[in-house]
Ligand binder design. Structure first.
Ligand SMILES: O=C(O)CCC(=O)C(=O)O
Length: 352
């Protein structure tokens, strides 16, 4: 049977073929000369390592050296291939080093291969029940500020935006909250900035502020929104119990929230000047939220989630000072815009 020569002309096949032919010749000669196979292997190995074994005769040493050199024509190719692999690996590592390092750190710190992000959350969120949440909804349900707990409970968990006009109009916060007020509260309670930085969240939106301390320490001209100073908008959740006590005295939870609904201890505050607020997003939090407009005017834009876009429609709601809006931010894409006039300040929380 003819030998198959339809083999790719690669280094390994080439060397093996040469070695096999040489070994065949070597073996034949050694057998004819009465030299045992293990002695022949000694000659080959010592030659291959550059030491000459005197046990081998000149002739066999040449044969063994020949067998050893059978690989030589291909060595440079192996070196080139090796160098290319090293180059390719270093290119991959340089290009993706950030990702690889982040994956490694995520794995070490959280034992998760992939850190949670919007793609992961969007891919894993439960589907919205469009019939219940948004079909036929073209605006918030307007509820009276005198609504009873029992009446409110019928609306509270439908995930439809609700608006209680003047629901917070009597809160003391309306006369108190300002940049200077928050700065003096946080400055006066030791560890309060650290509590926000360590255990809560600061959202700089489109500002350069790195944390709440830096944001509240902004130049007074900018805080006062004087002409020529840059737009600012930021938000944070509060994790300082001392600050929370003060805030809740001035901005209590809405009185008509169901009694059995545990008020979250986490307050969210958003404040800023005329212009864009939060960009379009969906939240992945546990519960629906309320937010009281303490000063200024803000428009919320709502869009249904993708699976509901055939049957539901987008709409806007403008919230004025003293109003309370209720939104299930897990079910509605939302963005906000601050109107000209008073500084916009809101406080809110989740409820269940
Ligand atoms: O109040 C705002 O401007 C943004 C609020 C928001 O995006 C949220 O609560 O998820």
């Amino acid at each position: 049977m003819a030998e198959n020569n339809n083999v790719a002309e690669d280094c390994a096949a080439h060397s093996l073929t040469k070695l096999r032919l040489l070994c065949h010749a070597l073996l034949g000669q050694a057998t004819r000369a009465g030299i045992p196979l293990d002695h022949l292997m000694d000659i080959y190995l010592t030659t291959a390592y550059g030491k000459l074994d005197v046990r081998g005769g000149e002739e066999y040493r040449e044969l063994a050296a020949c067998a050893n050199s059978a690989n030589k024509p291909c060595r440079w190719r192996r070196w080139v291939a090796g160098a290319m692999v090293v180059l390719a690996l270093s290119f991959v590592f340089n290009s993706y080093s950030d990702i690889l390092i982040r994956l490694k750190n995520d794995f070490i710190t959280s034992k998760c291969i992939v850190r949670n992000n919007y793609f992961v959350m969007e891919a894993t969120r439960p589907r919205t029940r469009c019939e219940r949440v948004c079909r036929g909804v073209s605006g918030p349900a307007d509820l009276s500020a005198n609504i009873s707990r029992a009446e409110f409970e019928e609306w509270a968990y439908l995930s439809r935006p609700l608006l209680v006009r003047r629901g917070a109009a009597h809160w003391l916060a309306l006369d108190k909250f300002s940049v200077a007020f928050f700065r003096s509260v946080y400055d006066s309670i030791e560890g309060s900035y650290d509590a926000v930085a360590d255990d809560c969240q600061f959202l700089p939106f489109r500002t350069e502020f790195v944390d709440l301390r830096a944001a509240l320490a902004m130049h007074p001209a900018r805080a006062a929104r004087l002409p020529g100073t840059p737009h600012w908008y930021f938000g944070w959740s509060n994790c300082s119990p001392g600050v929370s006590t003060i805030l809740r005295q001035l901005a209590p939870r809405p009185a008509f929230l169901p009694l059995h609904s545990e008020s979250s201890a986490l307050d969210w505050i958003f404040m800023g000047s005329e212009g864009p607020g939060a960009a379009w997003h969906l939240d992945y939090v546990q519960r629906p939220s309320w937010q009281a407009q303490i000063s200024g005017t803000k428009t919320w834009h709502f869009r249904p989630v993708p699976e509901c876009q055939q049957v539901c429609q987008p709409f806007n709601v403008t919230v004025n000072k003293g109003d309370i809006i209720f939104v299930d931010t897990n079910q509605w894409y939302h963005m906000t815009y601050i109107h000209e006039g008073e500084l916009s300040i809101t406080i809110g929380s989740e409820y269940d």
